[in-house]
Design a protein around this ligand. Structure first.
Ligand code: KIV
Length: 272
């Protein structure tokens, strides 16, 4: 059992602010189901994100766009049941907050009420200001998400690094300030230059969580299937693979099949 788990203090948005002030880095991973959430929480992860990347890694879609609010609530309900300590943040999926602020509020309330989530995450800056503000006024903590925002993939056209050019970098800095001013408790910075992520992180009092944004953000997030090596066909430069579960699982299943074919499973001891 890890040290973080032994201390067993629930992670709150307030605690994350404290961690930033104390210079303690924040750890975050995605989770989509009960069993994995239980393992990650037990290992002491600070934040679990029920990401709309479930659309890619759980459902096999090319983008995050097809996942629905109902799907996200179902995944979040499963994750919440496996968690004792981590803060559980749930992505508000594409098409359920961009339309207007009432829709954003309705969607976020469903996520909080039906899944028991602790916070929601929405992608974008000034474009979704009204939606984020409305959700915040209902007392729902909101995490922002800037840089590469996968829900806008058809606008960008590619998954390459964002905000390399001055104009886009300036907009990102302004959006980050805006999200802090209106009351977001944290911001994900995805796939932007490390120097820009550093500038934003220093200029804000709320924590930034990076993915492909270099070492200077206040925390880091990865998609759990990518860092455990379950995903095979996704190897961006920013990804550190901590295990090769694809190999482990394939090996175990290969042995299982052999044991059945060779009449080696089940044994006497494994029978009634
Ligand atoms: O959905 C997701 O997994 C995310 C992370 C990449 C931050 O938004």
């Amino acid at each position: 059992m890890s040290t973080a788990k032994k201390q067993f203090k629930k992670i709150t948005t307030h605690k994350l602010l404290e961690m930033k002030s104390n210079g303690e880095k924040i750890s975050m991973l995605t989770a989509y189901d009960y069993s994995m959430a239980k393992i990650l929480d037990g290992a002491g992860i600070d934040i679990l994100l029920v990401g709309d990347s479930a659309s890619n890694v759980m459902a096999g879609n090319e983008t995050t766009l097809p996942i629905t609010l109902e799907h996200m609530i179902w995944h979040a309900q499963s994750v919440i049941k496996g968690v004792d300590r981590a803060l559980v943040v749930v992505d508000v999926p594409f098409g359920s907050y961009q339309g207007n602020s009432s829709e954003a509020l309705r969607s976020s309330i469903r996520i909080m009420k039906e899944a028991g989530a602790h916070a929601v995450k929405m992608e974008g800056g000034i474009e979704v200001k009204d939606s984020i503000e409305r959700v915040l006024t209902a007392g729902i903590p909101v995490m922002g998400h800037l840089g590469l925002t996968p829900q806008s993939i058809y606008k960008f056209g590619t998954y390459t690094v964002r905000a390399r050019e001055e104009e886009e970098a300036k907009k990102l800095v302004a959006d980050a300030k805006l999200l802090e001013e209106i009351g977001c408790f944290s911001i994900v910075l995805e796939k932007i230059p490390a120097v820009l992520a550093k500038e934003v992180s220093i200029s804000l009092s709320i924590p930034t969580i990076g993915i492909g944004a270099g070492p200077h953000t206040d925390g880091q997030v990865l998609v759990v299937h990518d860092m455990l090596g379950i995903t095979q066909d996704f190897k961006p430069r920013f990804l550190r693979q901590y295990a090769d579960l694809n190999k482990v699982i394939s090996g175990a299943v290969d042995q299982y099949i052999k044991d059945i074919k060779n009449k080696n499973f089940p044994s006497e001891e494994e029978s009634y």
